[in-house]
Ligand binder design. Structure first.
Ligand SMILES: [Zn+2]
Length: 334
C-alpha cells in the first residue's frame, strides 16, 4: 500500500532553538561537513552578537538559569513562574521553554513586553504558587523580556514569519514607537504624557509609549532618533524598573523567596522567503537576582558553564541533525 510521505525530517527542525542545537554532529563522519556546520553557526551567532555582544542561545540561557536558581532552592516542584514577554506569537518558544522547566506560567505581559497586568495580575500569580510542605514558603520566578529580531544577514528588526509572504518585523510595537522619540526631541509629539493616562481603544500601546517616552532624557536622543536596538534596551530598563516597583507592592519576603530574570529575547530567521535558514532563538541577559530569606543576591548567569553541545541537543529535544546551509567562508580555529 502506498504511504504518504511525511515532512522531510532533518531538513527543518520542528521548533526554533538556541544556536548550538544544530551543532552536535554525533554521527557526522565527514570532517568537512562538521567544519561547515560550525562555520555556518558562527556566522549566525555573529550576526546577533554584533548588536548584543552577550547574547547566547535560548536553551543554553535557560539551562544556566535553571542551574543558578536551583542553588537558591528554586525547583520545578516548588516554584511558579510569571512571565512578561510581548504578546507576539513568536515569543512563545521562550514561554514554552520556561513552562517546560516550571510548569504553566502566569502571564503578566502586554505589547512590547511592558507589564500590563499590574499589582492585581502579579498578586494573583503569586497567590497561585506552590507552598512548601514544611515551612509554608512560596517561591516565585519572574521572567521579563522585550524582544527584537535580527535576521540571518544581520538586519535589525527583520524577521520572516512562517507561511507569511514578504518581510516582517519585531517588535512591531517598538518599531511603531520609534519615530516618536524624534518627535519628542523636536517638540512635535502629539500625545499626553500624564502618568496613568491611556487610550481606551489602544490601552497597551498608549501605556507602553508613555512609559518609554517619559523614561528617556530628551537631550540624549540623537537628532535622527533612536535605533530599534536602543529602543529595545530602553524597554528592558523600563520593564525592570516597573517590575521592581510592582514586586515592592505585592511580594511579602517574610513568607516567600523570589527570583527576577531579565534580558532581551532575540529571534533570528532567514533574511527572505527564498533561502531557508533555521530559526534560532537567543537571549541577551540583562540582570538576574534572587531574594532569599529577605536577602538579595545578584548573579551573573554567564558565569555558569554552558551545557555541552551533546547535552543541549538532548535538552532541546533534538532527534536528527538539521542539514544546514553552507557558510559564506571557512572559519579558522573552530
Ligand atoms: Zn512585540
Amino acid at each position: 500500500m502506498p504511504r504518504a510521505q511525511g515532512p522531510m525530517r532533518g531538513q527543518h527542525p520542528v521548533a526554533p532553538h538556541g544556536p548550538r542545537f544544530h551543532e552536535y554532529g554525533g554521527f557526522d563522519i565527514d570532517p568537512e561537513l562538521q567544519h561547515s556546520r560550525v562555520s555556518y553557526l558562527r556566522e549566525r551567532v555573529e550576526a546577533v552578537t554584533k548588536e548584543f555582544p552577550n547574547a547566547i542561545g535560548m536553551d543554553d540561557f535557560l539551562f544556566r538559569t535553571e542551574v543558578m536558581l536551583r542553588r537558591f532552592g528554586f525547583t520545578t516542584d516548588n516554584s511558579i513562574a510569571l512571565t512578561s514577554l510581548c504578546r507576539d506569537e513568536i515569543t512563545f518558544p521562550l514561554k514554552n521553554a520556561i513552562d517546560d522547566i516550571f510548569g504553566y506560567s502566569m502571564d503578566l505581559d502586554g505589547l512590547g513586553g511592558i507589564i500590563s497586568a499590574g499589582t492585581t495580575g502579579l498578586g494573583a500569580g503569586l497567590s497561585h504558587s506552590p507552598t512548601d510542605h514544611l515551612t509554608g514558603k512560596e517561591r516565585y520566578v519572574l521572567f521579563a523580556m522585550p524582544h527584537i529580531a535580527i535576521d540571518a544577514e544581520g538586519r535589525v528588526g527583520s524577521i520572516v514569519r512562517a507561511g507569511r509572504r514578504g518581510q516582517s518585523c519585531a517588535c512591531g510595537a517598538l518599531v511603531k514607537m520609534q519615530p516618536m522619540f524624534k518627535q519628542y526631541k523636536e517638540g512635535t509629539l502629539e500625545m499626553g504624557l500624564d502618568e496613568g493616562g491611556h487610550d481606551p481603544l489602544d490601552p497597551e500601546f498608549s501605556i507602553l509609549t508613555r512609559r518609554l517616552i517619559t523614561a528617556v532624557n530628551k537631550d540624549e536622543i540623537p537628532d535622527k532618533g533612536l535605533p530599534l536596538s536602543d529602543v529595545t534596551r530602553l524597554a528592558d530598563r523600563v520593564i525592570r524598573r516597573d517590575l521592581d516597583k510592582l514586586i515592592g507592592e505585592t511580594v511579602d519576603v517574610t513568607k516567600s523567596d523570589y527570583a527576577v530574570v531579565t534580558g532581551i529575547q532575540i529571534h533570528s530567521t532567514a533574511a527572505n522567503n527564498r533561502t531557508w535558514h533555521p530559526a534560532l532563538e537567543f537571549i541577551s541577559p540583562t540582570s538576574m537576582y534572587v531574594v532569599k530569606d529577605g536577602v538579595r543576591h545578584d548573579m551573573d548567569v554567564l558565569a555558569i558553564d554552558p551545557p555541552t553541545p551533546r547535552q543541549l541537543f538532548h535538552i532541546a529535544g533534538g532527534e536528527e541533525i538539521a542539514e544546514l546551509p553552507s557558510p559564506r567562508r571557512s572559519w579558522p580555529g573552530l
